[in-house]
Design a protein around this ligand. Structure first.
Ligand SMILES: [Zn+2]
Length: 427
């Protein structure tokens, strides 16, 4: 099966940030060609899609999510992290069931598809249901089993993790990871066990780090080390680590992260909404840290728009550092795509439009008034575009969203089911 997407403007996000008019030829799940139409292989395509002058680019990689939290959207807003978590989110999560998680996850899949997200990296419980939803939708996913032992449930969660790793072994689009929740919910002993688990399974470690000033200070008081310093000391950073938030990491922390290749999963929208602060992304990049961006769960964002996160990442750094040259548009696009692929250890597979990579790509309509004049489509993408401009989302050659239509399910049914289960969580 060959698909030709023609008449587009390519933002390839390759090593040279190549942009320009062109087309993409896909065979089954793989990109055969991405470049100017005149150089394209003259092969007959089974399916031809006219991009109508719109942008063709790699899909967004949303590196830190808790997908079932779409069901908690709007139930607890305008609260600080700990109040929000302890008094609202954790009590609701205690009522979750397998079906609730599945339908909440399906709601997130619809939102991802419509927002051009082709891959997400999640941390939560009920992982089999999240995988089931990702499979049903056709999304690519790295799903981390959340581990915490503050409540004495550490052993059971590690056992869950073993089962989940077995469940998704060999799947093409779903990869398992291990997710020690954070320094304040996971004991040093458990971090050691998680490290051993990750080493045994050749898995990535997904962890919340220095999200709030209080968390960072408490860790210093408890251990005499920052969360990153503690993870280094416990040997966790010897393995591939994806660190969400990193709002309060110190300069030394950043150097440690660069040294070990720790990737940052920055969630500026969630950090702003929970009043946590603004991560020093520009400084991290300067010090050689790989920075990706993400939405976090929909209960603290309150949507799953990567275009918003990409824009926020750029604007916040310019604003807090009073330097408009920081995070130029092309860097913001890399943060939302190829850097996310690197964070997930998937650079060889996804993150850019290059022959041989998986056909995880999106087409963005550029005929709206916000895209006029067509002075610089890359800059428009970051500073003027919006999710509603996404016209097509493709994962591994499969179209999962096209022209405002979800291809993998009945959106009205998914919305109704998710709403029904959400009401029970907050009854
Ligand atoms: Zn989170």
């Amino acid at each position: 099966m060959k698909t030709l997407i023609k008449n587009g403007y390519l933002i390839t996000v390759d090593a040279s940030d190549t942009c320009g008019e062109g087309c993409v030829l896909v065979e089954n799940d793989t990109i055969l060609y991405a470049g100017p139409e005149e150089n394209a292989p003259q092969e007959k395509a089974d399916r031809v899609i006219d991009a109508q002058g719109g942008i063709i680019m790699p899909g967004f990689v949303n590196t830190h999510t808790h997908v079932p939290m779409t069901m908690m959207r709007g139930y607890a807003d305008d609260l600080a992290l700990m109040d929000w978590l302890q008094n609202h989110i954790w009590p609701a999560e205690a009522k979750l069931t397998e079906d609730a998680v599945y339908w909440g996850s399906m709601l997130a899949m619809c939102e991802f598809a419509a927002a051009g997200v082709t891959c997400f990296s999640d941390m939560y419980n009920f992982n089999a249901q999240i995988a089931r939803a990702a499979r049903a939708a056709g999304l690519r996913a790295m799903i981390a089993v959340a581990v915490l032992d503050i409540d004495g449930g550490g052993d059971a969660r590690l056992k869950n993790a073993e089962e989940f790793f077995d469940l998704v072994k060999g799947e093409r689009r779903i990869t398992a990871a291990i997710g020690p929740h954070a320094e304040y919910t996971v004991s040093p002993e458990m971090f050691g066990r998680v490290r051993d688990f990750a080493a045994k399974h050749d898995a990535r470690i997904h962890v919340h780090v220095s999200e709030t000033r209080q968390e960072h200070a408490d860790c210093l008081a408890r251990h005499g080390k920052t969360p990153i310093g503690l993870l280094e000391c416990l040997g966790v950073l010897e393995l591939p680590v994806m660190a969400a938030h990193c709002v309060y990491v110190s300069d030394d922390d950043m150097d440690i992260m660069a040294k070990y290749g720790v990737s940052v999963l920055s969630c500026p929208g969630s950090n702003l909404k929970l009043g946590s602060g603004v991560p020093r992304v520009a400084e991290m990049i300067k010090r050689g840290v790989n920075v990706s961006c993400a939405t976090d769960g929909a209960a603290s964002n309150n949507n799953l728009s990567m275009m918003e996160e990409m824009t926020l990442t750029a604007l916040l750094q310019k604003g807090i550092c009073q330097d408009a040259s920081l995070i130029p548009a092309k860097t913001a696009v890399r943060i939302a795509t190829v850097n996310g692929a690197a964070a997930l250890g998937m650079s060889h597979l996804i993150g850019s439009l290059e022959a041989g990579k998986q056909a995880d790509l999106i087409v963005i309509r550029t005929d709206g008034v916000r895209w006029c004049p067509r002075a610089n489509l890359l800059n428009h993408l970051v500073y003027s575009g919006s999710d509603s401009d996404v016209m097509l989302t493709m994962v591994g050659g499969d179209i999962i969203y096209q022209d405002v239509r979800i291809m993998f399910g009945d959106v009205e049914e998914i919305k109704a089911k998710a709403s029904q289960y959400a009401a029970k969580l907050f009854a």
